[in-house]
Design a protein around this ligand. Structure first.
Ligand code: CU
Length: 352
């Protein structure tokens, strides 16, 4: 019954379109009962056609943005005592951020050099179902290859007709492992879509993915390992651990953790910086940046985030803009503070 309703719904659209096309082209003899409206339709016709022409011309020259991502296992030293046998797009967790413009055709060629099936599933709104990269492709047989077997490849395509920030992740499962396990192993990344017309005042983008670490962590010897991570990094013991490192080894000791266990991003006073924070973990996280006026640029565009913190349920993101006005070292962390204690902290350094 549901299927029938859907079919009627789909049939209804072409009928409506056919009616509109017929009306617009003036072939009204096919619709004699609409004679009274004929004059009006033909009067507006020349203007409508000329307005359409540049749009069509633009469509033919749609800019194409192409990326290639290679799925492979990558060993990442996550602490002095442990290695994460991560699964990656192009060797990093998260994957490289894809930068596109509103209006582009985004084409992503994904090569699977790993020994299990993977995919690339992007949270986009305008693409052919064959590029979904989900188990439905296998079930329907439409784009079955978008679930990429070991050694295979697939080129996914998207019309980028909205702007803002979104993300992608693996949507495959393998024997004994769920989609969750595939994602947590590191197969995710952000897509930043610049508005048309663009915002030239953005000086710097800082994409951050909050998550938990995947299942394949090898501990060489006893020692703390992160579980809650941002951009693949975490400091077990959080800020307290940093204090202890400082007491023992001074600033150099802390600096040795930069972009090893502790994500660190820099900007200059007066720059306009846009953060993009995504939760691709299995738990609720929240994101708190100290000391800067945060203005939402994705969910509540233009609103000030007054508590300096926003919540992220699983599979969501927020972007915000700041304009740091003084040199400082600021903390950012998950405000599920237990997660921060278990690793989810980072530094934002503002330089003169
Ligand atoms: Cu958290």
């Amino acid at each position: 019954m549901v299927v029938m309703q859907k079919k009627f719904g789909l049939i209804g659209v072409p009928i409506l379109l056919a009616f509109l096309i017929v009306a617009a082209t003036g072939n009204i003899q096919l619709l004699p009962e609409l004679n009274t409206e004929t004059q009006t339709v033909s009067n507006v016709q020349p203007q409508s056609v000329s307005e359409l022409q540049p749009q069509i011309a633009e469509a033919e020259e749609q800019p194409v943005k192409e990326y290639t991502l290679i799925i492979e296992q990558t060993d990442i030293q996550i602490s002095d005592t442990a290695v994460w046998h991560a699964w990656t797009y192009n060797g990093t967790v998260p994957a490289p951020t894809l930068m596109v413009n509103q209006g582009d055709l985004l084409r992503v060629k994904v090569i699977n050099n790993h020994d299990v099936t993977h995919s690339f599933h992007a949270h986009m709104s305008d693409y052919d179902p064959k590029h979904d990269g989900s188990p439905v492709n296998v079930i329907t047989g439409v784009g079955a290859g978008s679930m990429i077997p070991p050694g295979g490849e697939w080129t996914y395509e998207y019309n980028v007709n909205t702007w803002g920030t979104t993300f992608f992740h693996d949507h495959a499962a393998s024997e004994g492992l769920g989609i969750k396990d595939h994602i947590l192993q590191g197969l995710y990344g952000n897509i930043i879509i610049e508005r048309n017309p663009p915002r030239p005042y953005i000086d710097r983008h800082i994409p951050i993915v909050m998550s938990e670490i995947g299942h394949d962590v090898e501990r060489m010897e006893k020692g703390p390992t992160p579980y809650y991570i941002m951009n693949g990094m975490g400091v077990p013991g959080g800020e307290k651990a940093l204090e202890e490192i400082f007491a023992e080894k001074g600033l150099d000791g802390v600096a040795a953790q930069f972009n090893y266990t502790l994500p660190v991003y820099k900007a200059k006073v007066g720059e306009t910086v846009e953060f993009h924070v995504t939760n691709l973990g299995e738990q609720i996280h929240s994101f708190h940046l100290h000391g800067n006026k945060m203005i939402s640029s994705t969910n509540e565009r233009g609103s000030v985030i007054t508590s300096q913190t926003f919540p992220l349920v699983q599979g969501t993101l927020e972007s915000f803009i700041i304009k740091p006005d003084k040199p400082a070292i600021w903390l950012f962390h998950c405000h599920v503070v237990g997660h921060a204690d278990a690793g989810m902290i980072g530094l934002f350094i503002v330089e003169e």
